[in-house]
Design a binder for this molecule. Structure first.
Ligand SMILES: [Zn+2]
Length: 319
């Protein structure tokens, strides 16, 4: 029997954990569902990630409002994926910020990604009709951008670390508190999604740059908050290892003239003992292997996932 498509039958509600990591620095994690965060300035809030729909975002904002009533001035989106951005309107932010490449990706494939992610992970799209349309940034940057939080709170550094999970991921770094919001560049005990990724860049220079912050606490894209330098390094190493095993196993079959389906089996066999029980492992792997294969074929810019292409790749690999 075929496996159910992606996360289409993952319908059980996840338990949420709201943590305050330092004065005015909050993160909401949810057993492997996409994480969100908020950083307080003196008289405003910077929200990090927006969830899949305004209704889902309002559930998060209700919890945030028990901690602070400051208005959301900035909404920072780590990358273009629908489950992170389509709830943006609920924040009523003055300014929405992304990397420049994220704006390009929204223009090029935002609608296709919306349709694809809705079919892959319907549970995350609470009241999908509450989405008013694609989310567009007001401000984009290419390298670094600082938000000054107030005299005693220091600054929030938004930084590009290189191509990784997508062409335009950014992280949010609090240099004084040594807290890093890493977006989907690092996952803590959750499988990596790499269907739009640049595996070679991500597993080398990009993760080197992420590790280079020397964070004492890290909020990944999914999974629990990671506390302590050694655990942060371990989470980064684990994410890197996922990528290198994927690259090596798919690469071996590709170089040997094998078929995509053989590459999928090889990657599955190599990754499952360590990562198989983590959220969204089975969901991600066919899309991941297809993208590694494309990259090895010399296709630099990732192909666009559509709801139809998702099903084709799924049916050819996960059956
Ligand atoms: Zn993502």
């Amino acid at each position: 029997m075929n496996k159910p498509f992606a996360s289409s039958e993952d319908l059980a509600t996840k338990a949420e954990t709201l943590e305050t990591l330092a004065d005015g620095v909050h993160a909401l994690t949810a057993e492997g569902d996409p994480n969100v965060g908020a950083i307080e300035g003196d008289d405003f809030v910077v929200a990090f990630e927006a969830r899949a729909t305004p209704t889902a975002a309002r559930d998060w904002l209700r919890q945030l409002r028990e901690l602070t009533d400051k208005p959301v001035r900035y909404l920072v989106l780590s990358h273009y994926h629908a489950v992170r951005v389509l709830g943006a309107s609920a924040f009523d932010a003055d300014v929405t910020i992304t990397h420049e490449q994220t704006r390009r990706l929204i223009a090029e494939r935002g609608q296709a990604d919306w349709d694809s992610e809705f079919a892959r992970m319907p549970r995350l799209f609470a009241e999908p009709d509450s989405i008013p349309g694609l989310t567009w940034p007001d401000v984009t940057f290419t390298d670094r951008l600082s938000i000054h939080l107030g005299a005693d709170r220091g600054r929030l550094e938004l930084a590009y670390c290189g191509r990784g999970h997508t062409a335009g991921d950014i992280v949010a770094w609090l240099p004084e508190q040594r807290i890093l919001f890493a977006g989907d560049l690092v996952e803590a005990e959750a499988a990596l999604y790499t269907g739009d990724a640049f595996h070679t860049d991500w597993s080398t220079g990009t993760l080197d740059a992420v590790a280079g912050f020397g964070a004492e606490a890290l909020v990944g894209g999914r999974g629990p908050v990671v506390h302590g330098r050694a655990n942060v390094d371990a989470a980064i190493t684990q994410s890197r290892s996922f990528l290198t095993v994927l690259l090596d196993t798919v690469g071996e079959v590709h170089n040997g003239g094998g078929a995509l389906r053989d590459a999928f089996r090889a990657a599955h066999d190599a990754l499952a003992p360590t990562y198989g029980a983590w959220p969204i492992f089975e969901h991600c792997l066919p899309f991941n292997v297809q993208r590694v294969w494309d990259e090895l074929d010399g296709l630099d810019w990732p192909r666009i996932w559509t709801a139809e292409r998702d099903r084709e790749v799924w049916d050819s690999l996960q059956s």
